[in-house]
Design a protein around this ligand. Sequence first.
Ligand SMILES: [Zn+2]
Length: 281
Amino acid sequence: MIPRARHLLAVCLLGAALTACGAAGGERPAPAASRVSAPPSPARPPVLAPGPGGLTPVFEHGPRTRGKTVALTFDADMTADEGPRAASGEHFDNPGLIDALRTLKVPATVFMTGRWADEYPAEAAALGHDPQFEVANHSWSHYAFTADCYGLPTVDADGMRADVQRAYESLRAAGVPHAMPYFRFPGGCYDQRALRALSGLGVTAVQWDVVSGDAFATDADAVVKQVLDGVKPGSVVVMHCTRSAAPTTERVVRTVVPELRERGYRFVKVSELIGQAGNGR
Ligand SMILES: [Zn+2]
């Protein structure tokens, strides 16, 4: 677990390069004008009940006994200071991966940073308007919400709520009409202080139980094996959607999806697992 954690950290550090999953082309109409094509507003998405004192609840995986479901999640990382890298041609998005998910008809949840949505608004909007996907919050800055998180710069406790809210504003401005009330901490790093800082926002923090190891991986087969070895009923798999920092992910998905289906798994979005969790509302 420690090597995996380090791996993940490294990923998040270079997170600037880790962009959200881009939608192919990004030729969708401007968000504000596309109300007509927006998916119907879903009934209130399920969330977990707050913890004691209103503490932000944390979700890691779905029920193990409700059938073979698995949620693939893709972090669309871009940090606040990575604009120059994008401007110089680094690709933080991964349209090929999104195309693969569409072709394979795999529902998926994308945890998008606000900075990424600012950089790729058309791709964000395309994802936000596609009912196959749900778009959730991965902070605006992709800075850490704890003191020690893979060397990421940190957000002050006073700035945590504002960072999450700014991300929702960026998603909305980009044209994501119904961002989910789910939040993934940058690097997956959180503590009681962070959970308290976000209390009252109504978000459920979403972690994972399977680390794909796709960040900075060059050996797709190793990532495939790690996913296939790790998935259990109700699992949440964390992957990334960026050509520059997770170059094997599309190939991994094209291999893992048919194999898991062969094993009887059905792909779902995180909201379905949270809804199954029993204390969903
Ligand atoms: Zn991240």
